[in-house]
Write a protein that binds this ligand. Structure first.
Ligand code: GLY
Length: 349
């Protein structure tokens, strides 16, 4: 909706809205637009080529070594990135995009970019287009399977706050967040909303993977419970162009996504779910329904990412334990969930 201009439409009608205007929403709506924006702001990001056919992809691939990263330009619900181990896989992904049109118009153009190994974090800020306030850092787990294997998904689990060194935080703010907001300001985008920066921390420092122009899923699930300010007040202020100072709880949160069989390619709906009636929810442990339905007394899957199991705790380990206690009580045929959410974070700190 933001890419289609809902924020502009609402503002024209005098309705307060948290969200960027249509032009700024292209930071998420077009990967090419976003890369050009990063280049203009001199923000560190992987080198890339814009490609529109398999032959252009294969020509550009000569400048990189495997694995190859092909990213559809348009919105693709987390399914637009292809990490290809060799040229054959790259050709297949490229044919699927440009000839089979598996993503429709979202795949009319793409980026072929250098693979930058590292670890990922989600840096979200509230911004009025000239100032910003940071939200607790989160870490998503994008691959379907444990050990970061399998296809990319919209996100299989998150933890927050990710505790990184002060040096790294300052570096990200200086080289990525501030220049992004400065260019948004210079371009006079109307941006009263959330800027979500996907950052890859590489050997050469932090680099931008992508922008989103909204709260992320499943980042939102772990960030919002940590905010100790009145969210309605903060959001109303933001919609009016004012940045509030934020207070955060001294707690940790974890979200484990439970997905349908077949997710992410062909998520199966209508699979009966078991165990929901045995769940005891509390403020430290609860479920968020994302793709469920309740029919004749039976809970069934109704989408790809079906449930988010939320754990809150005074340590990261406690939050993760609380989340997994929920997943252990629920099952359905072909249920998919990662067993290692937060493992990298907790074992590295
Ligand atoms: N978890 C990433 C996103 O919401 O796009």
């Amino acid at each position: 909706p933001l890419v289609m201009g809902i924020a502009d439409q609402l503002r024209e009608r005098g309705i307060l809205v948290v969200g960027p205007n249509q032009q700024a929403a292209m930071l998420e709506g077009s990967k090419i637009f976003a890369k050009e924006f990063m280049m203009e702001a001199k923000i560190p990001t992987a080198p890339y080529y814009v490609v529109k056919s398999t032959s252009e992809v294969l020509q550009a691939a000569a400048h990189f070594s495997p694995p190859y990263v092909l990213k559809a330009d348009g919105l693709a619900a987390g399914k637009g990135d292809f990490i290809c181990k060799n040229l054959q896989e790259l050709k297949t992904a490229s044919d699927n995009l440009f000839e089979q049109k598996i993503l429709g118009d979202a795949g009319n153009a793409a980026l072929l970019e250098k693979f930058e190994p590292g670890w990922e974090l989600s840096y979200l800020v509230l911004t009025n287009g000239s100032e910003f306030v940071s939200l607790p850092l989160a870490q998503d787990h994008k691959r379907l399977n444990d050990n970061n294997e399998g296809p990319n998904t919209g996100g299989m689990g998150t933890i927050a706050p990710l505790q990184i060194t002060q040096d790294l935080k300052l570096n990200i703010e200086k080289t990525i967040i501030k220049p992004s907001i400065e260019l948004i300001h210079k371009k006079q985008f109307i941006y009263r909303g959330v800027l979500f920066v996907g950052v890859m921390v590489t050997q050469d420092g932090p680099k931008v993977l992508e922008y989103n122009v909204r709260l992320g899923d499943p980042e939102t699930q772990v960030i919002l419970p940590l905010i100790d300010s009145d969210l309605a007040f903060v959001m109303k202020n933001l919609a009016e162009g004012k940045i509030s100072s934020l207070k955060f709880k001294n707690l940790f949160s974890a979200c484990v996504i439970m997905a349908s069989p077949g997710y992410p390619d062909n998520a199966e709906k209508n699979v009966p779910m078991e165990g929901l009636e045995n769940i005891y929810e509390s403020s430290n442990s609860y479920l968020i329904h994302a793709g469920t339905k309740h029919e004749q007394g039976i809970w069934k899957t109704n989408g790809g990412r079906v449930l988010g199991a939320l754990g809150i705790g005074s340590t990261s380990a406690e939050a993760i334990k609380n989340a997994y206690e929920l997943t252990n009580k629920i099952s359905w045929r072909g249920m998919q969930w990662r067993k290692d959410i937060g493992k990298y974070f907790t074992s590295s700190t």
